[in-house]
Design a protein around this ligand. Structure first.
Ligand SMILES: [Zn+2]
Length: 122
């Protein structure tokens, strides 16, 4: 359910209203603390909202290798100028979207790693 933030004009207290989308969201509401009028704080609604689902460093099965191939894959990446590491399970470990892009362009040529639905705004 959406969370709507309000800031009281009288005491400055911040309150949160959580209600279904189907219900009308009031622009102003009573402050539960002092009874003054609190108005919408739209900036607070958006603050702290995670823009990307991906967490970095990111482990990728899509660009992973068999565990036996890790030393070769590291050497191959290094030869192309990309510092690469893999998890013991063989997953490729990317430090950042830039790192992953670099690996896709220089080493795993022709691949686009979307990692099970994750993608980067390029
Ligand atoms: Zn108040």
């Amino acid at each position: 359910m959406p969370r709507y933030h309000y800031t009281c004009g009288k005491c400055g207290d911040a309150t949160l209203l959580v209600q279904p989308m189907s219900k009308r969201r009031p622009q102003r509401k009573r402050c539960p603390k002092c009874g003054g009028m609190a108005s919408r704080d739209v900036a607070a609604d958006f603050a702290g909202r995670d823009k990307s689902k991906a967490k970095w460093p990111l482990k990728s099965w899509a660009l992973g290798v068999h565990p036996d191939q890790i030393p070769d894959a590291v050497a191959q990446a290094k030869a192309k100028g990309v510092d690469m590491s893999f998890a013991p399970t063989g997953q490729a470990i990317f430090k950042s979207p830039k790192h992953r892009r670099e690996y896709c362009q220089k080493v795993a040529v022709g691949t686009i790693d979307r990692d099970a639905g994750y993608s980067d705004p390029s």
